[in-house]
Ligand binder design. Sequence first.
Ligand code: GUN
Ligand code: ZN
Length: 677
Amino acid sequence: MTQFEIRAKDGLARLGRFTTNHGTVKTPLLMPVVHPGKSAIPAQALIDEYGFQMVITNSYIINSHERFRAKALSDGLHSLLGFDGPIMTDSGTFQMYFHNLPEKEIEPVEIVEFQRDIGSDIGTILDVFSDPDVGKDKVKEDVQKSFDRAKISIDKKGEMFLAGTVQGGIYTDLREAAAKSLASLDFDVHPIGGVVPLMERYRFSDIVRITLAAKKHLPPDRPVHLFGCGHPMLFAQAALLGCDFFDSASYAKFAESGRMLLSTGTVHLNELDELPCSCPVCSATSADELKSAKKEERELELMKHNLFVSAAEIRRVRQAISEGKLFELAAYRARGHPALYEALQAVVKEAQQLEKSDPVGKTGSIFYTGPETTWRPEITGFHSRLIARYPYKKTMTLLLVSDSGLRPFYDTFEVVIKEVRKRSADDLLLLFVTPLGVVPWELEHVHPAQQCLFPESLDPETLEAVEKRTRNVLEMLSFQDAVWFKRNSNVDSAVARLQKEYQLDTVTSASEVVSHLPSEKENVSWMRRKLRALFIHQWGKNAGEVADLENLEIVLSKNTGKIKHVKLDDGILFTIVPTTGLITPTLRGGKELLRVGIDDTYKVIMDSEVSQFVSSGKSALAKFVKHADRNLKAGEEVVVLDEAKNLLGTGRSVLSGEEMIAFNRGVAVMIRHSRKP
Ligand code: GUN
Ligand code: ZN
């Protein structure tokens, strides 16, 4: 049973905890490679002085040197390395490949047993490393051989965690097949192997493609290790794809050849007059001093620098995940090298895979970094849900308003908003056209509508996406007249391209807009109209009925005029969170949602054994989830029930439905309101 848990998600990235017999580590994680005999910086120093948490070493090297082997077998691996924290071991696969060793050099089962016997925390099978240049038939054979070895290795793991490496060269179908078959065995970690030559040749987009292919089929509760990925410029992007573990021999290898790792790329010391880094090494010396130092000393200093930089970048990655800003970090890093930028294009090609995993209900701002921003999962996710759920499909007049860049949207033209509030959706729909696509007036406060910061002039790819998304929305609506309020906006050229086809009547002032509106009606409740759209946006079609309840009291914020609470008989049913624009139900609100029959996606069923626990307000743990829907995303507001369908509480999902089922550790739903508060 794997000992992994997820605390937060961002794209496919996971902020996690992994518990070994020698301690718990935070993921994403970087393991420096240590040599059992001649590590310039010993394992304990890597932890104490650089902040690493786990190291990796090579069991093949230990096994093939009698003095290491004897000590490891008698005193244990931890004693050999003088370190009692978590240690992962590799099997010798890479040495077999790199030195072209004969097949009999390492016996696949013996090397797994050896890793177990010396007390490794995570051992690795002897997978077969496929060179990216060899043909598909050969790679297919290699994948089969790796799987055969996996099968005979798995029974030998004992108390040790075992890593089952996904190979398959550059062929995504082989990677998918390999991941699928390895998933059926009781592995604890899945490395993605065979990528070192791709990294050395800057073939990063191949790495993106094969990683995403493998991720589709790997069990979500097992950490994924990108084997041999030690360059800090790659961490953000790889973590965004769902890689949890990294290992670095690069810190030493690059130092040996006089190269410095930076989070933005690589520089050779010889090219430098100044040291472009703030680590303790670079702060205490100068480029000239380093250049003129003795080779050994220089190498050691560069190694230390490489470690400091790598450790800082992995911390930065973890911080970015917890803020929901990893995509942004990956986009900055992609500017470090054209090949990395190209790889980012390969990521956005698979935007759907990212969107499926990305949590809803984020709060942070979204800064434009370039054309890729339009494919951020928050933005594509908002649009997908809009198309799937926007409830007002038929109207008389459609009013398209280009975004003026001011926030919130309605502050920018109060006259028009006043009029819109007096008309029902049957008569008038108001849609803002913004750089992220269409934002209907009813959903204007839902993240990320207000939180995106785009520049005044937009790139062609973003404009094309705006045009396409606006077209999607226009196609799903039926209307008699369409008016476009054009306001010197950065999206004007995108809307202009739709003007003829949809006969958009262009106006340029608020007073002109008003003259185009259908006449107002009595008894129109703009608040209920907004609420209905929000309920449906969050919980599907039936949930809209809540907005029709007769005695609802809708409370507006005194400061902002926005809807704040929804009350019934003096009790609060729902609160709208200002930072996300989303509705959170109280326990009574949860009951109401159940009464109208919300989509089953938003019901999480717990083992009745923990009814007491959850109904007293404790988190709903993944281990006790009986049922969760495959379509449930992380970050949703859900109702939590016991097996008899009694409501225990309401809260926010930390995991997706699929993850809730897969995981045995960690929180599935953070309870906000419970039966007995
Ligand atoms: N180290 C770097 N790449 C690999 C790989 O593909 N498999 C194993 N076992 N170790 C590696
Ligand atoms: Zn430095």
